[in-house]
Write a protein that binds this ligand. Sequence first.
Ligand code: IPM
Ligand code: SF4
Length: 473
Amino acid sequence: MGKSIYDKIFESHIVGMVDDETYQLYVDRHLIHEVTSPQAFQNIAASGRSVRKPESILAVADHNVPTDPNRLSSGISDPVSQRQVDALVENTRTWGIPYFPLDDPRQGIVHIVGPEQGMTHPGMLVVCGDSHTSTHGAFGALAFGIGTSEVEHVLATQTLLQKRAKNYHVSINGVLPIGVYGKDVVLSLIARIGTAGGTGHVIEYSGSAIEKMSMESRMTICNMTIEAGARAGLMQPDETTFEYLKGRPLSPGVEYWQAALEHWENFLPDSDAEYSKMADIDVNGLEPFVTWGTSPEDGISVLGKVPDPSHIEDPIRTRAIERSLEYMGLEAGQPVRGLPIDQVFVGSCTNGRIEDLRLAASVVRGRQVNSRTRAWVVPGSGLVKRQAEEEGLAKVFVDAGFEWREPGCSMCLGMNPDRLQTEERCVSTSNRNFEGRQGRGGRTHLASPATAAASAIAGYIEDPRELITGQAD
Ligand SMILES: CC(C)[C@H](C(=O)O)[C@@H](O)C(=O)O
Ligand code: SF4
């Protein structure tokens, strides 16, 4: 029987078995951040154990840090956040773990910093105490989020206990129309299979649309794969992957490059690999997507209408839609395009990379943010920020009336000062639109950087094609 990428990585990392179903897997790389690591380090110290392989770890503070331009002098006002960041600094110092402090240009969101440093290679097992670790699957690595007790286990043993997931194959074919991007593809996938669609599975992507995509777009898709309930997302490594990795600080050096390429070939899927679920997506007719509700599966075309619960038969679903509409301040059947917005957030580990900023800037260039809307760009890392400044993108944003901020998770989640006020409506390039996600009572519409940028200019949810080509409907 043929093997999937998942099967091959999983099997090559088995170092032991705990029972019939539970394997002990070797972990190649471990990313840590300030929220899910303090307790793990505390337990390591309390039990007199030590960190087994500090050089396999990379640490950054991202969730709790402020992103205002004065953050180095003003510091962190919330005492719990400050304690978590202090603990990360202290723990990394104690154990000799690489850490990028706030004044280091390499600081940023863990899932942007890791790939940027060349930390994830095809065939690796990569973990982090964070659900969006699935992002790294874009490199053909098995990457998934773990809980704090597992973070402790990995710190102490460099291994993890795992049961095997099932294989799910998603084939994405066609040519992306103008104004439609990786974010729209993944929002449409989640709308189709639902937030439980991938439960118990690892989704492996292939197809002509994926082959043509940049690493940045592939990462956006793998990042949100977790929102479809899957354990991880995986993509086959190819020339695009190798080009991206070449020359990065933690990538194999020139002298090892050929050997690395040969090694990575071991992790390509067999042509007769078996998958327990399959889906095909044709992107040729895809439209820009935006969510209307409080679940990532609530995506519709930007030209679509929010659902009418009276047309739904399932009473549980009817109630859920009614509740979402109420929370989101929407009427059944209302078009989503044209909804006035208070805030636009371009950033997060989903869409805070240089390609995302280039895309948003291309929509914004020479235009002005609508006076009713605040618009922010929060680069995913200091390196993204620097590159965007060098390319003149920062100036495009600032000239248009955007705020240009320091790297961090920022408004992706309300764990730092960047939050929505109650009932404020935001078009956000992040990955979750749960109730209160961007601040208590805040209303989130997930979308691509192009849709977010177009909405900032319009002051309402706008079809980006309107600004790119002048022909929306
Ligand atoms: C805080 C952290 C544990 C959390 C996660 O695991 O995803 C966060 O990054 C998120 O996006 O909700
Ligand atoms: S940017 Fe958002 S999704 Fe990504 S790690 Fe930070 S909080 Fe989680």
